[in-house]
Design a protein around this ligand. Structure first.
Ligand SMILES: [Ca+2]
Ligand SMILES: [Ca+2]
Ligand SMILES: [Ca+2]
Length: 486
């Protein structure tokens, strides 16, 4: 179909079996990635979008011909495809009914390889939904690629037939398609393509280094490539979908390019080139069909932790401790280091981060929270004492103050930080919730197990509630901290 043995793919640089295991063990949030199988035996990959009814995937799953079109989208019956998700140890097999293929896509092109598949019914709420990465700074960023395709290794290429399970790995976006100005790959010269190469750490196999002066020798044993069956699979930056697997090819087959391939053919081996559709170029197209995406980040907000924020906090700390190692690293690198240590960012926060003085999101500040709690103890004359100090609270609680907030903050009327006035927030919620009194809203939060911060990240953002600073602090917190007096 591609003429130059263009393939669609994902393959681990190391053991495919390990990669499969790693998904379920470490990355619960990847459970919104599905395996798409057709009644005619095709298989591919997709990812569930916000709203829970549309799957983002590749256009080339569908037959739309090669003739130029008017640009109108292709609306097709997709019922031959079933979407399988694994979430919480349960397999969900969901039927699809309609595919919307981007109107600029043609079967003989690598461009505009993007489609949406609609599920017959909204997916179960336990399955993760994803937003789209809207920024255009993808070049140079590491990403996590997920797919259901063939396994193998970088030296031998894609050898193992897919078991239709999923694997993930990492790579780095080297360039957009506009880098391909020479005749051999001129048909890829598009700003709506993201390209990357499969590195084994050797300069002689660095496709972009040798051919375009974009030297990057890969991510060691985490470097991965796509393989047949991975088509449509998401590439994530910060938990958002930045790209979709289109395919790849061996530079040995391209006139005018230095061959960096370690094996003669297109087989997803080291030294090959891979191409993804660049999602940031299709935001309006997707939103026109699925609806406006919201800025709440289900995938990026877990157990009270805004993952991207927390990784930024951790990166800042690492840069101050070890600037030589970390000054030019990104939060993706931090995430990879944590994953290599066997934990997610959220796990790290609850195990270690809070003890290192890091905060889980922009609205919780453990120092400000504890000061607020101590002030309340004093003003309530708690246990007949009006000289409570921070060390008294710490001695009595001994755990992470954020866990205190999540358990008691709402009931006790405490602000999580000076940047979020809880009572102002609840008043704003009351104003847009007809039929509910303030106390009923508080009770509804408690019944749902939601802190005010949880509500904000999961719902309040959608409802246009804007957190307000605490209006009257009554005491200069920094002075109070120094003096220990409240
Ligand atoms: Ca690479
Ligand atoms: Ca490279
Ligand atoms: Ca090869």
């Amino acid at each position: 179909m591609w003429g130059r043995a263009m393939e669609k793919r994902i393959i681990s640089a190391t053991s495919a079996i390990n990669m499969t295991t790693a998904i379920s063990a470490k990355y619960d949030w990847l459970d919104g990635v599905c395996t798409l199988t057709s009644s005619s035996g095709k298989y591919a990959t997709g990812a569930l979008l916000y709203g829970g009814q549309y799957i983002l995937t590749a256009a080339h799953l569908f037959d739309v011909g090669t003739s130029a079109t008017t640009g109108a989208d292709f609306v097709l019956d997709s019922s031959e495809y079933t979407a399988a998700f694994w979430a919480g140890g349960v397999k969900y097999e969901l039927e699809t009914d309609t595919a919307i293929v981007h109107g600029a896509y043609r079967e003989d092109s690598f461009q505009h390889d993007i489609a949406l598949v609609r599920l017959k019914t909204v997916a179960d709420a336990t399955i993760s939904r994803y937003e789209l990465y809207t920024h255009t700074d993808e070049k140079g960023q590491n990403f996590i690629k997920v797919g259901s395709g063939q396994g193998g290794d970088g030296t031998s290429g894609a050898t193992a037939e897919s078991d239709l399970g999923q694997r993930y790995g990492y790579n780095t976006f080297d360039a957009t398609g506009t880098v391909f100005t020479r005749p051999g790959l001129a048909d890829l010269a598009s700003s709506s393509i993201l390209a990357f190469d499969f590195d084994d750490g050797q300069s002689s196999h660095d496709f972009f280094g040798l051919n375009h002066g974009i030297v990057h020798l890969g991510l060691g044993d985490r470097e991965a490539n796509t393989a047949p069956g991975d088509s449509g699979g998401p590439g994530f930056i910060n938990g958002k979908i930045a790209s979709i697997t289109t395919g790849g090819l061996s530079p040995a087959l391209v006139t005018g390019y230095i061959n960096t391939d370690v094996s003669p053919d297109t087989d997803s081996s080291f030294g090959e080139l891979s191409l993804d559709a660049r999602v940031s170029q299709y935001i309006d197209w997707v939103e026109g069909i699925v609806g406006k995406q919201v800025t709440a980040i289900r995938a990026g907000y877990e157990r009270g932790v805004d993952v991207a924020y927390y990784l930024e906090e951790k990166l800042g700390q690492l840069r101050s401790i070890d600037p030589d190692t970390w000054h030019n690293k990104t939060i993706q690198d931090v995430d990879m280091a944590l994953q290599a240590a066997g934990m997610s960012a959220t796990d790290h926060y609850y195990l270690y981060g809070w003890q290192e003085g890091l905060n889980p999101n922009s609205y919780f500040d453990s120092e400000e929270y504890v000061v607020g709690k101590v002030r309340q103890l004093n003003s309530n004359d708690t246990l007949g004492k009006t000289d409570w100090r921070i060390e008294d609270f710490n001695a009595a609680w001994q755990l992470n103050p954020y866990e205190h907030y999540r358990s008691y903050g709402l009931i006790e009327g405490l602000n999580p930080s000076n940047r979020l006035d809880s009572s102002a927030y609840l008043t704003a919620k009351e104003a847009i919730t007809p039929g509910y009194t303030g106390p009923e809203i508080v009770q509804a939060f408690i019944d749902s197990g939601l802190s005010v911060i949880d509500h904000y990240f999961l719902y309040g953002i959608l409802e246009d509630i804007v957190p307000e600073n605490v209006a009257v602090l009554g005491v200069d917190y920094s002075t109070a901290l120094e003096s220990g007096l409240f």
